[in-house]
Ligand binder design. Structure first.
Ligand code: NAP
Length: 282
């Protein structure tokens, strides 16, 4: 039976460090402040935005929530982002996704000040990932990496297989993971033999959005399995991309859904806020 990668425990450790950093800024007279912009009323986004508020308050971060109607026009969002960029008292900005269809998502993401870009969506921060230089990087791939690192594995020379090449998780993860020196294979919907690719991996990271795509028989004995997938199930709740029951019999470590990758993302946004404040010279 695999060891469980406990996302809540990893989050707790990071949260304690963030809370200390928040205190240190406050002692200097700077109150860390995060602005979250939500356009429309997508239920999952409303829930995430509200849960972030509670979590921010817990670590002493001020949280401004901008709720705009689903009919909001591009210009209004741009004016708001511009204002938040200019505001010296706002240190981090997060635009909740998805945005309504009338809005130009790429333009809005590109407008967020790269030093306040807590979810690493600005193309400048994406470029820093490729360059291997300092920047603010997206929380979910960062969370996958924290889950792997929590096992104590040295990834150097190990084979990592990332399943999914989406803009949010898989694609940035490839370049973020490279820093740890594994040999990486990226699988996607056109991959010829997914089972064979996954079977060769010492580390498997799933980021697809398909319940039960990866089953225990596809996993190498002793592999580390991290599941970023989130799939709603009939009757409520959600599961990952990995069939947990069969996979945990083979893996050495496995992250559950819920309780794994998703438990870490909010606190990693806060860690980015603190990092961004350092880059802003606060
Ligand atoms: P996405 O943009 O929709 O990308 C999905 C990827 O999966 C694509 O690269 C797609 O391949 C690949 N794929 C689809 N069917 C496949 C198959 N049968 N075999 C292999 N690959 C397949 O997704 P995303 O936004 O990156 O998100 C990925 C997952 O992470 C979702 O479940 C999402 O809900 C979850 N997520 C979790 C968190 C969290 O906090 N835990 C945060 C964000 C996202 P193609 O490129 O060929 O189409």
């Amino acid at each position: 039976m695999a060891n469980i990668i406990d996302g809540k425990l990893i989050a707790k450790e990071i949260r304690e460090k963030v809370a200390l950093d928040v205190e240190a800024f406050k002692a200097k007279g700077v109150e860390p402040r995060l602005a979250v912009v939500l356009v429309g009323n997508d239920p999952a986004s409303v829930w995430y935005a509200k849960s972030k508020k509670k979590a921010a308050e817990k670590v002493g971060i001020l949280y401004d929530f901008y709720e705009l109607s689903s009919e909001t026009e591009q210009e209004e969002v741009e004016i708001l982002v511009d204002r938040l960029n200019q505001d010296e008292n706002v240190h981090g900005i997060m635009i909740e996704l998805p945005l309504p269809a009338q809005l130009d998502k790429d333009k809005i993401m590109g407008m967020v000040d790269p030093l306040k870009d807590v979810d690493g969506v600005n193309p400048i921060n994406r470029g820093y990932i490729l360059q291997g230089s300092e920047g603010l990087f997206p929380a979910t791939p960062e969370s996958c990496i924290e889950c792997v690192l929590s096992t104590g594995i040295d990834m150097t020379g190990k084979k990592a297989v990332i399943v999914g090449r989406g803009e949010t998780v898989g694609k940035p993860l490839v370049f973020m993971l490279l820093k740890y020196n594994p040999t990486i294979t990226v699988c996607h919907s056109r991959t010829k033999n997914l089972a064979e690719e996954v079977k060769s991996a010492d580390v498997v990271i799933a980021a697809v959005g398909r319940a039960g795509l990866i089953t225990g028989d596809m996993i190498k004995e002793g592999a580390i399995v991290v599941d970023a997938g989130v799939n709603e199930v009939e009757g409520g709740g959600y599961v990952g991309d990995v069939d947990y029951e069969s996979a945990e019999k083979v893996a050495s470590h496995i992250s559950p859904v819920p309780g794994g990758v998703g438990s870490l993302t909010t606190v990693l946004l806060f860690r980015n806020l603190i990092k961004g404040m350092g880059l802003q010279g606060k």
